[in-house]
Design a protein around this ligand. Structure first.
Ligand SMILES: CC(C)(COP(=O)(O)OP(=O)(O)OC[C@H]1O[C@@H](n2cnc3c(N)ncnc32)[C@H](O)[C@@H]1OP(=O)(O)O)[C@@H](O)C(=O)NCCC(=O)NCCS
Length: 201
């Protein structure tokens, strides 16, 4: 399903029902979005994004099916959000992020639209819990809380106040204890890329 935002009211509309002057659609990311997505991530985080602890849970893995979202104005990518499969101390869960909206398009409700679409899709697919590392002030209004991650640790350094969880099914994280590990399907490395990686090593 595609969501369209009316920028006059910030109200979400289903595709085809918007009446805004500058609508933004939220839907599944397409392969052709990948270059623009990399640019958005570079603009937001720079090369440091590859050093983040959560990147260890994403590198070399495919994102969760149906949970790579793109926000577009006309044909331009203005926002991105992906979720990833993880094991949260023995409990299957999702890792949310990165969430980025183009600088020129912030504070227009696009981040919220991406979040709401992602949480709704994750719940409807049957996922039970989501973890993330991010600003509590932004994510708490969506229901994320530090209390769900108190028994969990990440595979690297992190500001623990930013390590948050959300239960889509009540009690899903009650028994979550220990290390968070990657559990997504491994990404296929094209033969040329594999050669490049071996040469660089
Ligand atoms: C965080 C981000 C995705 C929000 O996107 P957005 O489209 O601007 O979000 P929304 O329009 O739904 O909400 C904007 C509101 O969230 C607030 N907000 C943005 N970042 C915030 C943060 N880190 N902490 C608390 N509030 C934040 C804004 O102040 C804004 O408030 P306003 O509406 O009163 O002006 C965007 O600012 C961004 O891409 N930031 C850089 C990358 C990043 O930090 N990603 C999140 C990782 S923690």
């Amino acid at each position: 399903m595609t969501l369209v935002l009316d920028f006059e009211t910030r109200a979400p509309y289903l595709s085809g029902f918007h009446n805004g002057a500058r609508p933004v659609s939220v839907g599944l990311e397409q392969p052709a979005d990948s270059f623009a997505r990399e640019r958005l991530l570079d603009e937001a985080f720079g090369a440091a994004r590859f050093d983040k602890t959560v990147e260890r849970l994403r590198a070399g893995r495919k994102p969760a099916r149906g949970l790579s979202l793109a926000a577009k104005r006309a044909d331009s990518l203005v926002g991105t959000l992906r979720l990833w499969h993880i094991m949260a101390g023995g409990v299957p869960a999702l890792l949310l992020g990165p969430l980025v909206v183009a600088k020129a398009c912030r504070s227009q409700g696009i981040g919220r639209a991406l979040m709401e679409e992602a949480l709704g899709r994750a719940e409807s697919i049957g996922h039970a819990a989501i973890l993330l590392v991010g600003d509590a002030a932004y994510y708490e209004p969506f229901g994320f809380s530090r209390r769900h991650t108190l028994g969990l640790s990440l595979p690297g350094p992190v500001d623990e106040r930013r390590f948050l969880g959300l239960e889509l099914k009540e009690g899903a994280l009650n028994t979550a204890s220990g290390l968070v590990t990657a559990s997504g399907a491994r990404e296929y490395l094209a033969p040329q890329s594999a050669i490049a990686v071996r040469r660089a090593a």
